[in-house]
Write a protein that binds this ligand. Sequence first.
Ligand code: BGC
Length: 463
Amino acid sequence: MPAVVYRVSFIAALAGLLFGFDTGIISGALLFIQKTYALTIGTEEMIVGSVLLGAMVGALCCGRLTDFYGRRRMILFVALLFIMGTAIAVLAQSPLQIIGGRLLIGLAIGIGSYSAPLYIAEMVPQEIRGALVSLNQLAITIGIMCSYFINYAFTTTAGSWRWMFAIGFIPAVLLGLGMLFLPESPRWLVMKGQSQKARNILTQLRSPTHVSRELADIEQSLSIKQAGFKAVFARWIRPVLLFGITLGFLQQVVGINTIIYYAPTIFNAAGFHNASSAILATVGIGIVNVLATIFAIYIIDKVGRRPLLLWGIAGMGISLACLSFSFHDHSAMMRWSAFAAIFIYIIAFAVSLGAVMWLMLSEIFPLEVRGTAMSLAVFSNWFWNFAVSSTFLTLVHALGNARTFLMYVVMCGIAFVICYYFAPETKGVSLEHIENNIRKGLPLRLIGVVPAASLQETATDQN
Ligand code: BGC
């Protein structure tokens, strides 16, 4: 494999890392920002929520922008937004300026969470394309883990939130500099009628025998007309669109980001009163999240999406119920059961809704509406992320920890029922089959079913 393929994946994955880092760093930084400015709960929630608000806007416009300006230029723009947003947050003289900087960072995350994986997918050979979708989730969890390490390092050395944000400059600058030296995606160049340029770039990315065939494939796939915005609401697409948007909703309303963003606060409420041990426990969450995601990537194509989703959601519901119960008193036993419950919850999320949602979104939408449908589902994800994490503290204040987490248990129950009845199994089936089944009007649950005739064909081909 030419080295440039690895460079492309590594550099563009920095966008996923920044996604994780910039969403994770806030849980530790918030403790210090509170010392600089006496924050009300509302302002605190805005500081956390501003990134998500920006990401929502980014998710809505990312499809059109990346098609118009090109993948490479958009990722360069993403790096620039990260740098500008970070600079504003680092130098902020008021909570409002922190919110402004974080809004820009959010915009970068929203655009980057779409354009970076797309760029990677278009640059690398198709044999390793599938794995890269899940690698994006891995990059996010690695970013979250790094932010937790930094949160911990700064608590023990009494650092400041400005430095914590400032570390985000490193991956952002690396992303920008790296992208300067990478070529544009050949698929986009062909889309813009620059086939000769596309051929030159493909020559650097593929072995010479593959170049012409791949160019022809690109040209053929581009002949499928990209339908306009309205087509996404066509009757035959509606069930998958609704399911994708619902999956984006479910991934957030089970409460994952109350733990990811507010873990130290939750450990504190569960009886771990020492701030630095609460943040150390959070580092543990970051590490376990990465390891469980690696495990998920390893088994997702063997076990399948449905079993992972159903077992994972059940595990999340049970562990959250235990967590809710353990808030009733602060005895050592309850404290440690809360601790165990949070870790089990994270593992259950990582192997189910964490890895499976992003993968399924990339699998279930027909090609002609893929960009728009993805945008809407990703927007739903960011919208509910914002709704859940910006109301969490208020809910805890009004209802108490036990009852707030009980609400997320109910949401896990709803998620389980929806996935049980509607989630398809898409393991080992081609995207064309899925699209055909949707066209035939098969129920959602069955869109991943391979017709017996094609199974026979495949078997004959292999013999
Ligand atoms: C979710 C994020 C979450 C992360 C945790 C992602 O799949 O979209 O909202 O913070 O997983 O690992």
